[in-house]
Design a protein around this ligand. Structure first.
Ligand code: PRP
Ligand code: MN
Ligand code: MG
Length: 182
């Protein structure tokens, strides 16, 4: 592999864990949205991996759109400030929207995004998130489809970055503090 396992304290969600969880979540989602047109809204950049793997488990009529918002700078702590870096192409009026996120940390990003998308006249807006850190949550967000609750550690991989690196790992792992200089 193109990565060094010594960079990580522990793999907390394996490639196989992710695949099996997405099988289960996608089955639920397909059942819940049967007969409806579903628009998946991925939150760049962290959600690219979960979006790709979830969307491939959906019927081919599923649509994908993307928003880029950022609540983190280049560091490891949330700044609490949400910025829109790229807006959606799609008009949400009358659409069934499922926001796809890699992780809920403080909840600030998703709380803000839910409010923003709900004001656009969608028929429904729900949330799917692969990971959540219950001990870091500052704002409760209603998550319809959740993968895993994880400890409040700095994790990378499967879309999650440290300073834009490590997004391409096939698993989610705790980054060694020595790597980010603490
Ligand atoms: C990360 C992650 C979520 C958000 C969660 O994104 O992908 O979108 O933070 O944090 P919160 O619950 O505290 O708001 P980030 O802002 O780092 O941008 P990125 O997806 O481009 O890495
Ligand atoms: Mn993100
Ligand atoms: Mg990030």
């Amino acid at each position: 592999p193109q990565f060094d396992m010594d960079d990580f304290t522990k793999v907390i969600v394996s490639e196989n864990d992710i695949a099996r969880k997405l099988d289960a979540l996608s089955e639920q989602i397909r059942a819940d949205y049967e007969g409806k047109d579903l628009l998946l809204v991925g939150v760049l950049k962290g959600a690219v991996m979960v979006m790709a793997d979830l969307a491939r488990r959906m019927p081919p009529t599923v649509q994908m759109d993307w928003m880029a918002v950022s609540s983190y700078g280049s560091g490891t702590k949330s700044s609490g400030v949400v910025r829109i870096l790229k807006d959606l192409d799609a008009d949400l009026s009358g659409r069934h929207v499922l926001i796809v996120e890699d992780i809920i940390d403080t909840g600030i990003t998703l709380h803000w995004l839910l409010g923003n998308l709900r004001s656009r006249g969608a028929a429904s807006v729900e949330v799917a998130a692969l990971l959540r850190k219950p001990d870091a949550v500052q704002v409760e967000v209603p998550v319809r489809y959740l993968g895993f609750d994880i400890p409040n550690e700095f994790v990378v991989g499967y879309g999650l970055d440290y300073a834009e690196s490590y997004r391409t790992l096939p698993f989610v792992a705790i980054l060694k503090p020595s790597v980010y200089g603490e």
